[in-house]
Design a protein around this ligand. Structure first.
Ligand SMILES: C[C@@H](C(=O)O)C(=O)SCCNC(=O)CCNC(=O)[C@H](O)C(C)(C)COP(=O)(O)OP(=O)(O)OC[C@H]1O[C@@H](n2cnc3c(N)ncnc32)[C@H](O)[C@@H]1OP(=O)(O)O
Ligand SMILES: [Co+2]
Length: 134
């Protein structure tokens, strides 16, 4: 059911420093930072030939990535995002399989203006999974 790896997300303590590291040290193409208030994150995308890296930093008072950063002050890999053809069919399949869909279970519009859902890390080998409508 899952398709391409859309991105791997890394939570970072210093977004300008992380952006410079990927741009200047690793030589990657990076986007401008974008504040995504509904998701509680500021995001920079690193464009790779076959996928993307999403650099995340908490935005606002109740960011879902703030507890993760408190536990991992140097930053760390936060989630992987897989593309799916039909987000509602994917949601229903996950529920039927007993996997926990996070939040209210309704897709939100993600960083690429497409609907996304998150699945509980304890149900997927300790890894937070994002599903994005292809
Ligand atoms: C813009 C958009 C996009 O790309 O389009 C994005 O990506 S936005 C990306 C940001 N948005 C999201 O992450 C939305 C979905 N996330 C959430 O609902 C939350 O962050 C949870 C994943 C439920 C975690 O919540 P919280 O930090 O309050 O932790 P919790 O105390 O409930 O955690 C329960 C257990 O899961 C572990 N845990 C928490 N976050 C984890 C992570 N990212 N990866 C692996 N394990 C994780 C905790 O250590 C704990 O394990 P132990 O009990 O063993 O210690
Ligand atoms: Co993401």
């Amino acid at each position: 059911m899952i398709g391409k790896l859309n991105h791997v997300a890394i939570v970072v303590p210093d977004l300008p420093a992380a952006t410079a590291l990927y741009r200047d040290t690793l030589g990657a193409k990076v986007s401008e930072p974008v504040d995504l208030a509904p998701h509680g994150v500021t995001v920079v995308f690193v464009e790779l030939p076959n996928t993307k890296i999403e650099l995340l930093h908490p935005f606002g008072e109740r960011s879902p990535v703030a507890p993760f950063l408190a536990k991992n002050p140097s930053g760390g890999i936060h989630h992987v995002c897989y593309e799916v053809d039909d987000i509602m069919a994917a949601r229903d399949r996950m529920k039927a399989q007993g996997a926990r869909v996070l939040g209210d279970g309704e897709p939100k519009i993600g960083a690429h203006d497409k609907p996304v859902l998150f699945l509980h890390p304890k149900d997927f080998c300790g890894t937070l999974v994002e599903l994005e409508q292809a």
